[in-house]
Design a protein around this ligand. Structure first.
Ligand code: NAD
Ligand code: UGA
Length: 469
């Protein structure tokens, strides 16, 4: 029986391993983490992450061939294949601060693998890492005097949160990079055999290590670039009277461009786009390619501009002051169908409004009050470094109320800002909301989900990204 161990029971490690266990009943899969609460949650009825379809998969396999444990060393030493899916945040200090990937967690995982291994293993990079990381990892792993060998593979993950299970069950592709040696090819084959349980052969791509590592950064950069491109156009639409929905539709009809990922928004969020592009920028700079670095940097700058533009629009529309006005924020997660708030545009928008002394009333169906308050009192880049977690600042707490219902959140508000595209926000009773709000009542739709005409008819003053005012 092949044994797999995955270090890191997060948004990637948990769902990915659950699907491998589901599709490969003869493989024993252990997911390990240093975080005791996280592992306890994986072993409970309340999983640590909200992901449609995940509960069912975990329930089917847990205790049979899927195990969650904090006994990292035991499971690593017993495994044939070790996936490493730890966090790889942006460095907050030292060389490359604010750009380069912080590989502290990765390096400590690699050192632990080297220390506890008693037999040869395949070590799989599942985390997103800078190109050439495998070389560094190889150095750490092969400097053992035990006479055991390690093959390093790069197998980046392309799932998106909110659709992780669908993506894992039916991936566009699985990418496996390895050394072009006999041993390297054998290792690639072994991992390919795992995925071949459910992924068609023509969707499994095998490359060299560096192509696999770089393809992951490239894919995220291309995806984020599409959003920044459409968001750049949204600003021009507002200035000219064009409508971004119509423009995106017309542009996306070109088969070479395609219709997906062209929704204008208040900005992209999530734990990876910004981090991975900054990482790419840093790699370009280190390789003497400043023009290429600046090209990709612009994707981030445009995203920051879009968030600032949204806040400015709110304040300027409301007679240049939001001081002590109640503003409702609908949605705090970085996208629908997830409770994840990492790098959510809502954080920057709320901070901007708080900076103008607004009173915020926030509702998100999946995000807890604690999480919202923690996010609003943390500095940029600190969110993925547990050691830096600080209690929320009293100023943020004073001006922020988190409520559990959209109607309560909007009562007596001057404005509402829609920052996540939750389905339930499309079907709210906006007439009822309007009646209970201060007048004039404003709606700022950062996700283009409301029917602008209908809301204007009710009496709202509506701003929708990239649409004529
Ligand atoms: P996460 O923070 O949710 O999970 C990482 C886990 O690793 C944490 O639970 C942490 O406690 C654990 N960990 C850290 N160091 C450890 C160690 N030495 N031993 C054991 N456990 C350790 O992160 P995530 O969102 O799952 O992302 C993991 C990686 O996957 C990142 O590199 C990310 O860029 C990449 N990725 C993420 C997504 C996504 O949608 N979130 C998608 C594709 C790729
Ligand atoms: C993204 C990629 O889609 C995954 O392929 C990748 O594996 C993952 O990053 C990763 O490496 O972490 P994710 O961040 O989970 O996945 O979610 P996306 O659906 O890509 O959304 C990212 C952000 O872009 C969200 O804030 C979303 O609202 C925004 N977005 C997306 C738009 O503003 N417009 C769009 O048209 C699409």
């Amino acid at each position: 029986m092949v044994k797999i161990c995955c270090i890191g029971a997060g948004y990637v490690g948990g769902p990915t391993m659950a699907v491998i266990a589901l599709k490969c009943p003869e493989i024993e899969v252990a997911v390990v983490d240093i975080s005791v609460p996280r592992i306890n949650a994986w072993n409970s009825d309340q999983l640590p992450i909200f992901e449609p379809g995940l509960d069912e998969v975990v329930k089917q396999c847990r205790g049979k061939n899927l195990f969650f444990s904090t006994d990292v060393e035991k499971h690593v030493s017993e495994a044939d294949i070790v996936f490493v899916s730890v966090n790889t945040p942006t460095k907050t200090c030292g060389l490359g601060a604010g750009k380069a990937a912080d590989l502290t967690y990765w390096e400590s995982a690699a050192r632990m693998i080297a220390d506890v291994s008693k037999s040869s293993k395949i070590v799989v990079e599942k985390s997103t890492v800078p190109v050439k990381t495998a070389e560094a990892i190889e150095k750490i792993l092969t400097h053992n005097s035990k006479g055991i060998s390690f093959q390093i593979l790069s197998n980046p993950e392309f799932l998106a949160e909110g659709t992780a299970i669908i993506n894992l069950l039916n991936p566009d592709r699985v990418l496996i990079g390895g050394r072009e040696t006999l041993k390297g090819k054998e290792a690639i084959q072994m991992l390919e055999d795992v995925y071949a349980h459910w992924v068609p052969k023509d969707r499994i791509i095998c490359t060299n290590l560096w192509s696999a590592e770089l393809s992951k950064l490239a894919a995220n950069a291309f995806l984020a670039q599409r959003i920044s491109s459409v968001n750049a156009m949204s600003a021009l639409c507002e200035a000219t009277g064009a409508d971004i929905t119509q423009v995106s539709y017309a542009v996306g009809k070109d088969a070479r461009i395609g219709p997906k990922f062209l929704n204008a928004s208040v900005g992209f969020g999530g734990s990876c786009f910004q981090k991975d592009i900054l990482n790419l920028v840093y790699i370009c700079e280190c390789n003497g390619l400043p023009v290429v670095a600046n090209y990709w940097k612009q994707v981030i700058k445009l995203n920051d501009y879009q968030k600032t533009r949204f806040v400015n629009q709110v304040v300027s529309s409301m007679f240049n002051t939001v001081a002590d006005k109640k503003i409702t924020v609908l949605g705090f997660a970085f996208k629908k169908d997830t409770g994840d708030t990492r790098e959510s545009p809502a954080i920057d928008v709320c901070k901007g409004l708080l900076g103008d002394k607004a009173q915020l009333s926030i509702y998100d169906p999946q995000v807890s009050e604690d999480q919202i308050k923690r996010d609003l009192s943390m500095s940029k880049f600190d969110w993925d470094h547990p050691a830096h977690l600080q209690p929320p600042s009293p100023i943020a707490i004073e001006k922020v109320r988190v409520v559990r219902d959209a109607y309560e959140a909007t009562k007596d508000a001057h404005a509402l800002c829609i920052l996540t595209e939750w389905e339930e926000f499309r079907t709210l009773d906006y007439k009822r909301i309007y009646e209970n709000m201060q007048k004039p009542a404003f709606v700022f739709d950062g996700r283009n989900i409301v029917n602008v005409k209908r809301l204007r008819k009710i009496g709202f003053i509506v701003y929708s990204i990239g649409k004529p005012l």
